[in-house]
Design a protein. Structure first.
Length: 203
């Protein structure tokens, strides 16, 4: 790959991954609702989903993936439904003391899988890896070094931007010490998540 292509992909990837969408909203909601550590587990699930789509693109399975339109539609419904569920849960949550306990192993696994599932049905991710990426580079001509570079770049951008959002949200969570302020925060975040989930389902 040329340096021009790498720079163009970096800029495009940063804009797409840093722009608020289902992944960002769900990460922020998780950080507000549970704190930073569960949000980082959730981010790991999202990054794993991105890695799977990138593998599809590298190995030529994108063409096969396009044949499973009905499957991806179902996955998108589940992912959007999860965002709506999380939004409703936040809306209905009774404000109280912050829960700073570490999450249990089972909960950690569930959180990771939630991030993975969300990515599987995220139209932004599907569009980028299976639609936009092939317009920048000929995926059949990439060397192993090229694949490694793109993988590190995409996952690095994704992980750093989502972690920044999660950190900011977790810090903001601690600023809302009163029950009334926490209730407004929960409901505002819940509305955003419900709207984002609806957009995923309708896309």
């Amino acid at each position: 790959m040329s340096i021009e292509t790498i720079i163009a992909l970096f800029i495009a990837s940063f804009i797409i991954k840093a722009t608020p969408g289902p992944g960002v909203f769900a990460t922020v909601g998780r950080a507000l609702f549970q704190g930073l550590k569960p949000a980082l587990v959730f981010i790991a699930g999202i990054m794993t989903g991105d890695l799977l789509y990138l593998a599809f693109a590298f190995t030529g399975l994108a063409v096969i993936a396009h044949q499973f339109g009905e499957f991806f539609f179902i996955v998108r419904l589940i992912g959007g439904g999860y965002l709506i569920y999380l939004g409703i849960k936040l809306w209905r949550t009774t404000p109280g003391a912050l829960d700073t306990r570490p999450i249990e192993t089972g909960s950690r696994t569930k959180t990771f899988l939630s991030g993975l599932l969300l990515t599987a049905g995220n139209p932004k991710v599907i569009l980028f890896y299976l639609g936009l990426l092939p317009t920048f580079v000929d995926l059949t001509q990439l060397s192993l070094n090229d694949m490694g570079l793109l993988t590190a770049m995409f996952l690095g951008i994704l992980g750093s931007t989502l972690t920044a959002y999660a950190f900011a949200a977790s810090r903001a969570r601690r600023l809302f010490s009163s029950k009334s302020a926490m209730r407004r925060l929960n409901r505002g975040t819940g509305v955003v998540l419900i709207g984002s989930g609806g957009a995923v389902v309708a896309s």
